[in-house]
Write a protein that binds this ligand. Structure first.
Ligand code: UDP
Ligand code: MN
Length: 559
């Protein structure tokens, strides 16, 4: 047996001292780390001098105490956390280090100053303030010409007056040099109208459209200015760093994504392929903007007719601007060395005005209305793709003609949409080339529908707003939904929806051949059949059976 070892007193003392020092060092490390990276840490940086910061802090509490108290659903983010974060916080450095070590070739401020336009509707005071203060603190003063805020009919009626007072108090002399325009729409006009209004009043060389729940990160402006200086018809987006709506943590955005849209004219992130020697931090071309945050020459924006003023409230406006930019001589780039944090909310935090169509929600109808205008003004013959996927859009009334857009296209000698597919968004073209048919799949007066709740296959009214849009793939013979589920035949000839297979075996059970309007299953040699009103089954093919006849909304030309 070993006797327990006894340490002498001085050695024990040294041990305790060392342990204490190590603990202290550990806490200091944690503190420093939290100070700069933990987004929840309240880090109230003085806006002027240390001595004034307490006063400003009290004024900030007073200012936000008037925020209308609503549930979290109202704002769609964590209001209490937003209030407690303070007016500005340190943000992690999310861009590549080479972005901070290099210098930027900037034009002089009098040739390149910026008007920032922020339109907002029912934004929480602390959130709006953090957007504004981060902008004022992190933008070189000489390049910020003015700030234009458009309050789009918010319920918080004293907000603008309180804001003006607060800014004058806190930013003092700087407010004499910065143009500040505060507008209030008594009646809600929507984001599109409000941004156009703001831009029409702007005087800076460039205009930046910003959302009201953003935090601009250090050095956001210089990389954008450098790119814009090279090409006056360029429009740029910063790389958006996502801010989580629940934890408000600020994360690094992905440089390997670009903006795009599908044939329903819904926004999507697309994969960016790096060319040889291209580094992720380099500016890159994008078919559409990263969300709605973008900067471009004010004059060029006006020459392009601003955001299309026929579009209502919210939705599709930055896709429309992207299409007309590309087709009429411009370009779009995303610049990863410029970072702006943005809260991507899971749901809309605002209502859409009631519409006529009972079967569509006001949000759906507004979006379809706007998309229809885009399809009619820019998509040429490809608008059939849009209608095939969104047949309900056909019955949405539009109260204007497209003359204005046609005039713009003529005057600016804009390219046809085909050019966009060829040169800007090969992804959209691939979708087009790969498909042999698309849209709803009709049997008599009903359409084949994959119910979202339980993926059950049924035959339903073709006018359901979420009626399944199918895609018939040319080479694999697969029949797929937009959620990448494929129609297959399984156990006991049961018709099922399965994840679309990539390997040969699954692909074979999902391969369909088309014989006229019949769908012949390649493996079983049976045909898709609808003998009863709502049920589908596989049965022997009969050439004249109406129950076996299915029509797509859109057949592509074989090429
Ligand atoms: N907004 C507005 N009027 C409206 C709807 C939205 O001014 O009728 C503002 C909103 O407050 C935000 C910006 O438009 O600052 C963009 O809206 P949102 O953030 O909901 O769009 P998303 O970022 O989800 O594309
Ligand atoms: Mn937003």
């Amino acid at each position: 047996m070993f006797a327990p070892r006894k340490y002498s007193r001085p050695r024990r003392c040294i041990f305790y001292i060392l342990a204490f020092v190590i603990c202290q060092l550990f806490f200091v490390f944690l503190f420093i780390r939290n100070g700069s990276y933990d987004n929840k840490a309240f880090s109230h940086q003085p806006l002027h001098h240390e001595s004034e910061s307490r006063k400003h802090f009290l004024e900030y509490r007073e200012f936000i105490s008037k925020t209308p108290q609503r549930s979290e659903d109202f704002y769609q983010y964590n209001l209490h956390l937003s209030d407690s974060l303070g007016v500005i916080r340190k943000l992690p450095l999310t861009k590549h280090t080479s972005c901070t070590t290099r210098s930027y070739n900037l034009p002089p401020p009098w040739q390149s100053d910026v008007s920032v336009v922020i339109s907002f509707h029912n934004e929480a005071r602390s959130m709006l303030l953090r957007t504004i203060v981060s902008l004022l603190r992190r933008t070189p003063e000489e390049y910020l010409h003015e700030l234009i805020l458009v309050d789009d009919g918010s319920q918080d009626v004293t907000l603008l007056d309180d804001l003006r007072r607060w800014m004058e108090e806190v930013f003092g002399g700087r407010m004499d040099r910065l143009g500040l325009i505060l507008l209030k729409n008594q009646k809600r006009m929507g984001l599109i109208w409000s941004r156009n209004k703001g831009a029409s009043l702007a005087e800076g060389h460039y205009v930046l459209f910003l959302d009201s729940h953003c935090e601009v990160n250090d050095g956001w402006l210089e990389p954008l200015l450098e790119r814009l200086e090279l090409n006056p018809q360029l429009a740029v987006s910063p790389l958006l760093d996502p801010i989580d709506p629940t934890t408000l943590s600020y994360r690094k955005g992905n440089e390997l994504l670009k903006g795009g849209f599908d044939w329903s004219l819904h926004f999507h992130w697309l994969k960016r392929q790096l060319a040889k020697k291209e580094l992720p931090e380099m500016a890159y071309k994008s078919p559409a903007f990263a969300g709605g945050i973008l900067m471009m020459s004010r004059e060029w924006f006006l020459q392009l007719g601003s955001f299309n003023s026929q579009l209502k409230i919210w939705g599709g406006e930055s896709i429309e601007l992207a299409i007309k930019l590309w087709l009429c001589g411009g370009q779009i780039e995303i610049v990863p060395c410029s970072r702006i944090g943005h809260i991507f909310r899971r749901l809309h935090a605002f209502d859409f005005p009631p519409q006529l169509d009972q079967q569509l929600s006001p949000a759906q109808e507004t979006y379809l209305h706007n998309s229809k205008i885009i399809a009619e003004s820019w998509l040429d013959e490809y608008k059939n793709m849009f209608y095939a996927l969104r047949p309900v859009a056909r019955r949405i009334p539009l109260d204007h003609t497209y003359d204005e857009m046609q005039r713009l296209r003529r005057e600016r000698q804009c390219q046809p949409f085909e050019w966009y597919l060829r040169h800007v968004s090969p992804e959209l073209r691939i979708h087009f080339d790969e498909l042999s048919a698309t849209g709803t799949l009709r049997n008599e007066d009903r359409c084949l529908h994959a119910r979202q709740s339980d993926s059950q296959l049924i035959l339903a009214s073709c006018y359901l707003s979420d009626i399944t849009q199918w895609r018939m793939l040319r080479t694999s013979g697969q029949l797929s939904t937009q959620r990448e589920l494929c129609l297959g035949v399984g156990h006991r000839m049961g018709i099922t929806l399965q994840p679309c297979g990539r390997n040969e075996t699954t692909r074979n059970s999902q391969r369909w051949l088309r014989l006229g309007t019949h769908f012949l299953h390649a493996e079983t040699h049976l045909c898709l059949d609808n003998p009863l009103k709502e049920r589908l089954e596989m049965s022997t093919c009969r050439s004249h059976a109406v129950s076996q006849s299915f029509q797509f909304a859109l057949e592509m030309d074989a090429s």
